[in-house]
Design a binder for this molecule. Structure first.
Ligand code: DP6
Length: 324
């Protein structure tokens, strides 16, 4: 029998209002909704080939055979696709990423969005974007959002089928620049999956989740109105609330490093001086500095003054996952 193969690519995304904690960890139904921006400039490509001659699934990440844990996570996602499509063959998966993995840059978002799209195409499964999003979410919560481009909202629905992402605004709606400062490009000690499961141990998590509808509404309105000042306020508050939960969880998760704080503080003073920039930090020390295009030179200057040899990646709003 012939090998059934497909290739897909996806961008990661940066959450403007973040998801942390799952109401149902097995199905990855998030405790709260989230809103993100899909990031062109960084990309993961997945080649999936179902091959009946293989004994078991194989995974190569940037051409190197992956560790058992990564392979197992990919195999579980392939199992969901195989079940839906009644395909039995094992698969060989080639994953190629052009940005540092597991450094808090949501590499799992791009990976599972691309894997889901390529896997479904290779298996002959024709799903709409909403169904693809729900399926991608099972592999990584934030992957549900990378199925779509531009500004995207992941709804914390009542069940697995309704916890899907939907587009909020096209990439072209508003040009925001994301300067991502890589403080530490090495894999983080505690990944998001373990972090999600400890969210409930923080006494602050319930308050963060209860307040989520307010932040989501503020973010939706700010994005739709292209109101940077309003966006900056909610984005920074949401990021700080997330890290307050992380720091007060058991075990405590301290992702910020001194240089993360120095950058956050510099960005806040720039904004006080009228520069349209704000920060947000995921589960890692790297700082995403969002800005309007006209603010980019001042922001770069500020970063340069902090340290002339910072490693900075640049991203802007981009499309959802696509078949290659
Ligand atoms: C802090 O989607 O990476 O980036 O489902 O275990 O893969 P898994 O978690 P993941 O968690 C994202 C956490 C976050 C916030 C966000 O992107 O909303």
């Amino acid at each position: 029998m012939r090998v059934r193969e497909a290739v897909a690519a996806a961008h990661p995304n940066i959450a403007l209002v973040k998801y942390w904690g799952n109401r149902d960890p097995a199905l990855r139904i998030p405790s709260n909704g989230s809103i993100s921006l899909t990031l062109a400039g960084l990309k993961t490509q997945m080649r999936v080939g179902f091959d009946p001659d293989l004994e078991r699934d194989r995974l190569l990440i940037n051409q190197v055979p992956a560790e058992a844990a990564a392979l197992q996570r990919v195999s579980r996602q392939l199992d969901l696709i195989r079940n839906e499509a009644a395909v039995r063959a094992p698969a060989i998966v080639h994953s190629d990423t052009d940005f540092p993995m597991a450094a808090g840059l949501a590499s799992s978002a791009a990976a599972f969005a691309a894997l889901t799209l390529a896997g479904c195409a290779a298996a002959g499964l024709k799903l709409g974007r909403a169904e693809l999003s729900a399926l991608a979410r099972r592999g990584s919560g934030s992957a549900a959002r990378s199925i779509f481009g531009g500004y995207v909202e992941l709804v914390a629905g009542a069940d697995a089928a309704t916890s899907v992402a939907r587009p909020l605004a096209e990439a072209e709606h508003w040009l925001l620049i994301d300067l991502i400062v890589l403080i530490d490009p090495n894999p983080k000690p505690t990944g998001s999956t373990d972090g999600h499961s400890s969210a409930q141990t923080s006494p602050l998590q319930a308050a963060r989740v209860a307040d989520a509808p307010r932040r989501l509404q503020a973010c939706r309105e700010a994005v739709l109105a292209r109101d940077f000042e309003r966006l900056a306020e909610v984005v920074e508050q949401d990021s700080d609330m997330l890290h307050a939960v992380m720091m007060t969880s058991s075990p405590a998760l301290h992702y910020w490093q001194p240089s993360s704080l120095a950058i956050m503080s510099m960005v806040r003073s720039l904004r006080r001086a009228g520069v349209a920039a704000c920060y947000t930090v995921d589960a890692g020390p790297n700082v995403h500095c969002l800005c309007l295009p006209e603010a980019e030179p001042r922001l770069r200057e500020g970063l340069e003054q902090l340290s002339p040899d910072l490693w900075i990646l640049r991203a802007e709003p981009g499309p959802g996952a696509w078949l290659v």
